[in-house]
Write a protein that binds this ligand. Sequence first.
Ligand code: FES
Length: 68
Amino acid sequence: MSPERAQRVVVTGDGPVLVEGPVEIDLPDGSRVVSQRPVTALCVCRRSARYPICDTSHRTRKKTEESS
Ligand code: FES
């Protein structure tokens, strides 16, 4: 297989992983999420109500014992 252009995946510092789409995301439970967006933001913090799609919940920092 020789794609015309490599698929781009951008790992952000503290937010989602951005994947050029469309993409099919296979989850550990066997389900599949399909995104037709030009760029899909994948949640890596597990706080998204729309997991595995980022809903920007990563921007909300919960207080931890270390930070309080
Ligand atoms: S990375 Fe954005 S909500 Fe998880």
